[in-house]
Each structure stands twice: as C-alpha cells, then as structure tokens.
Design a binder for this molecule. Sequence first.
Ligand SMILES: *Cc1c(COP(=O)(O)O)cnc(C)c1O
Length: 385
Amino acid sequence: MKGIFPIDKFERIQTPFYYYDTELLRATLRAINAEVLKHDGFVVHYAVKANANPKVLRIIREAGLGADCVSGGEIEAALKAGFPTNKIVYAGVGKSDWEIELGLDNDIFAFNVESIPELEVINELASQKGKTARIALRINPNVGAHTHANITTGLAENKFGIAMRDMETVIERAAEMQHVKFVGLHFHIGSQILDMGDFEALCNRINELQTQLESHRIRVENINVGGGLGIDYQHPNRVSIPDFKAYFDTYAKKLKLRTGQTLHFELGRAVVAQCGSLIARTLYIKEGAVKKFCIIDAGMTDLIRPALYQAYHKIENISSDLPMETYDVVGPICESSDVFAKQVDLNTTRRGDLIAIRSAGAYGEIMASQYNCRKLPQGYVIDEL
Ligand SMILES: *Cc1c(COP(=O)(O)O)cnc(C)c1O
C-alpha cells in the first residue's frame, strides 16, 4: 500500500480502470448534509452527468440526495439506482419526445424548460397522457464564471436557458397552458467555479428577478441555482473535500429566499471528483529527442478532460519510491492531444509501474469512448476488490 491505494489488490485487475474511494465519497456526502441541515429549505440534487456508475449512484441515493438528469438515459440510471421520482429533475436544451414521456410517466419533480417550443411540446405530450407536467424555467442570467470557456453556461451567448427579457412572457404562456404547472426558476452558470463571488453574482441577479416578478404578482415556489462548485485538482489529498460551508453560506447570506421557498442545488463535480482515480499501467519509457515519455495504457478515450479542456490532473507513480524524474505522460491513442501531462515529476518509472491519475471521479468514466476500438474502462469500489 502506497498512500491511499490498495496496490496489492490493483495487481489483479486489468488496467486501465477507475477506482472509487467510497469512504471518501461517503465523507463528502456527510459534509454536504451537515451544511444543508443548517439552512431551512435547502435541497441538494446530484448531477448524474458527472458520474453515473451504478455503485456510485447508489451511495449518493442512500445519502438522501435527489437526482439532476440531463437525458432520458440519466433518468433511467437514476430510477435504477432507486432515486425517488419526486426527487428527479430533468434539464436539457434539447429534450426528445421519448425523454419527455419518460419524465411524465414517472411523475418527476420538474422539467427545467429552456424554450417556448419545448414548453409547447411538453404541454402537448402531457395532455395526451392526461397529466400535468411540473415545469421550472431555466433562465440565462447572463452571469459569467471565472472558469474554462467551454464550461461557462450562463452567458447570454451560450445556448442554454431562456433570455431574462422573455421570462415573464414565458411564465404567462405557461399559465395559459392546461397541462403544465409553473413551479420554479432554474439557473446554472458553469462548472469548476472556485470564486464564491461568481455565485454571489448569481444571487444578486436572482434577487432582482424575484423583485421584478413580485411587482407582477408572480410567485415562485422553488429556486434552483444549479451546480458548479469546483474542486482542488492540485491537492487531492490535502483538500479532498470541497469547502461546502463557504458555498452554502454564500447562498444563505446573499440569496433573499421568500418564506416557504425551497432552494435547490445540483452539485456534480464537487460530490464525486476527488473520490475517483484512473489507474493505468506503464507500457514503455521512451527516450525522445528532447524529453522522456511515459507511455501508459490509459488514453484520452478513458479520460478526455486534459485533451478537451486542457485540464490538470495530479499524476502519481504508485509503484515506485525511486528518485524523481521528469516525463510527458501520454496515452496510446492516435491523436497528438492524447497527453495527460507535460513535464511532470514522477518517481523514476519503469515498465509495469502503476500510475494513478487523481481527481478523476467526475466527467471521467462517464465520458469514456471506444475510439480506436478500445474497451470502455471498468469502475471498481474498494469493497469489491
Ligand atoms: C452539469 C450541470 C450541473 C452540475 O455541474 P457541476 O459543475 O458538476 O456541479 C448542474 N446542473 C446542470 C443543469 C448541469 O448541466
């Protein structure tokens, strides 16, 4: 055992694979629940898109969180993991008819609606089933977030949500429809946000919108502020649990909730990122013309974040105690972007050594592909090793 990993057990498993530290996951969920209990009306959903591994989902469901889904497949995964239907919310800019019908058949808590055409289709499909769909409107708050451009979602230029100037028209349209019920407003400004000032800006915007709606006697039951809390990719051991206190306190202090209103959160990355690692085996050490390459058997097909978002993940050789050397850690895929890190220090690495790519529990396994006809990586939790 080096550090936190049961290496002797890893030796028996085909690499590459994901390893989930379920103790850390449970501790993270306890930390969330401890903070949420301090605030009246706070409700947390887990954003299933971060990681839908059934073993991970089950633990999150057991902790009492709801499920935030962005596709019919995710609704199915949430149902399979036992999430109660009245704790499932469904967002997405392009919902297919079968996905809407799945939500209707299961009487989910709310559809987060992103346009008038979508509202009309939900009304129509609900009418065919003799049902009333609970809908929240996803509003684009035009609030920026200090994060990677590919993961901001709350700017006017992004495809997500309904423009603020259309908000009241859409609420009025919904009120005229027989088979939808307006139950709330929904927002989501982006991901990997560490500056509480960004969430504060969202609170200020929501406060303005609420005042505006109240002047037209429109009451909102639920406010959903989405997710986006970031994690510390540099220090997975030292900061293994995000600062949930600072996060929830920001909303408690800055968002003016009306009496009886509930405040919903949809956290993905902050729940699962730190508990997961991608474990790979070193295939070759190649001495290039100007540097050394550590070629491992995991590639961008297993973890695409570095190639897609230039994301940083801490990398460790968990088999070696030898002195440090500098490597480019790369995968076997036929793409120049198949690089996990350039010029990183690892304990001197040899063929066969196990490499851990840390903080990979969110947007890792779930984004894996079969490009190059590769097998999808499996995910393991400690109890089954
Ligand atoms: C992706 C997403 C989330 C979760 O984002 P994280 O950054 O993982 O917390 C929450 N809500 C919606 C609507 C999303 O699309």
